[in-house]
Structure formats: C-alpha cells, structure tokens
Design a protein around this ligand. Structure first.
Ligand SMILES: Cc1cc2nc3c(=O)[nH]c(=O)nc-3n(C[C@H](O)[C@H](O)[C@H](O)COP(=O)(O)O)c2cc1C
Length: 196
C-alpha cells in the first residue's frame, strides 16, 4: 500500500524543435526527489500512436497500430497517477495529446491527473483548463493546483537547471495533492474496484 506511486509523465507536444522535453525533465526531477513517487516518462515522439481510429468498440485491425499501442497502453494501465505536460497551442492543447488521451479509456478511470502547462502569455493555463473537461469524461480526478510556466525557456536551461522558485513551489503543491489522491485512489481501486 505504501509502495511509491507509479506516475506516468506524458509529454503533450511532438513538434520539431519543441521545448516540451525540457519541461518534462524538470518536473520529473521534482518527482524523483520524492520517495513516494517513481516516474515513467511517455514521449509521443519516441512512442507515437496511430491517428486513425478503429470502428467504435473494436480493436484496431492493423498489426502496426497494435504494435504502436503496445508501447504505450500497458504503461498507462500500470500508472497510479498521471502528470500531463502540455503547451498551449491556439488557446488549447496539442492534437497529439488529445489523440493519446482518446486512445485510452479505463487506463484513466479513478486515477488522479496533475498538470504542468507552459506557453507564452497564458503560461499554458488555458490548455490546462480545457484538459480538465476532457479528464472529467474519463472518470479521472484533476488536481486543483496546476503548474503554469510562462516562457519557460527563460526559466529552465536546456540542461534542466532552473531558477524559478515560484515554479518549484507550484510543482510541490501539485505533486503533494497527486500523492494524496494517488495513494487514496490506489487503495480504493484495490478494495472496491471502480465500476463505471
Ligand atoms: C501552433 C502554436 C500555437 C500557439 N498558441 C499559443 C497560445 O495560444 N498561447 C500561448 O501562450 N502560446 C502559444 N504558443 C506558444 C507555445 O506555447 C510555445 O511555443 C511552447 O514552447 C510550445 O510548446 P513546444 O515547444 O513543446 O511545442 C503557440 C505555439 C504554437 C506552435
């Protein structure tokens, strides 16, 4: 029951020249400094997912699609909690992230989700607020406190070193909530399987 939570950290951007991995490594470093969590970084560039969906309710027919899914879906299923790292694109989140979300159903159920948003003026928070609506449909529980990094390229070096005390405090608040919900929901799913 007290084993560290397996936290899947999902990188939402796949753009050439993206900053997403730098932000993801920054939050992963926060996670790894804790003894109550272990991180599993899911990068949709390294493990891309198919973009053509099968007939509703049926598995994909193509072997290639099944192989791509096999590199991601079991890790999502094993996760006790998620951290979604998302940039803001046109006041929302990237299409590649929505694709990864939509490929999964029960993998999200009764699990907590924390957010790290980043972008320009908005610090990615408009993308985060839209993701809360999506997560509600997937029976996931979103953390009240999110991290929002405005122009993170001015705060986090490419080597991951950062000088952003506000960001560190926001990361701690979000991860503390994720730990509480993660342990609580893992225990609850064990004793009372979620029936939706
Ligand atoms: C297509 C596109 C749309 C964007 N729209 C917004 C936006 O609406 N608000 C914002 O604050 N930043 C916006 N940006 C800036 C991005 O959030 C910023 O460049 C961020 O680094 C993108 O993440 P990535 O580098 O991991 O792809 C946009 C960038 C792109 C490429």
């Amino acid at each position: 029951m007290n084993a560290p939570l397996n936290v899947a950290v999902l990188i939402g951007s796949t753009r050439d020249g993206r900053f997403g991995p730098v932000v993801a490594n920054w939050i992963r470093a926060h996670l790894e400094r804790r003894d109550d969590m272990a991180a599993d970084l899911i990068d949709l560039v390294e493990t891309p997912l198919p973009t053509v969906f099968p007939v509703l309710g049926q598995p994909p027919e193509s072997a290639e699609a099944l192989e791509l899914l096999s590199a991601v879906s079991p890790r999502m299923a094993r996760a006790d909690a998620f951290v979604i790292v998302t940039p803001e694109y046109n006041r929302s989140f990237p299409a590649a992230l929505k694709n990864a979300i939509d490929w999964h159903g029960r993998e999200w159920h009764a699990k907590p989700v924390g957010f790290v948003g980043y972008g320009g003026f908005s610090a990615g928070l408009r993308a985060v607020e839209q993701l809360r609506l999506v997560m509600a449909e997937l029976h996931a529980v979103t953390m009240r406190d999110a991290v929002g990094l405005q122009a993170p390229w001015a705060q986090i070096g490419m080597d991951g070193t950062a000088d952003n005390p506000g960001g560190d405090a926001a990361a701690k608040a979000m991860l503390d909530q994720l730990a509480w919900w993660g342990h609580t929901l893992r225990e609850a799913r064990t004793t009372r399987p979620y029936g939706a």
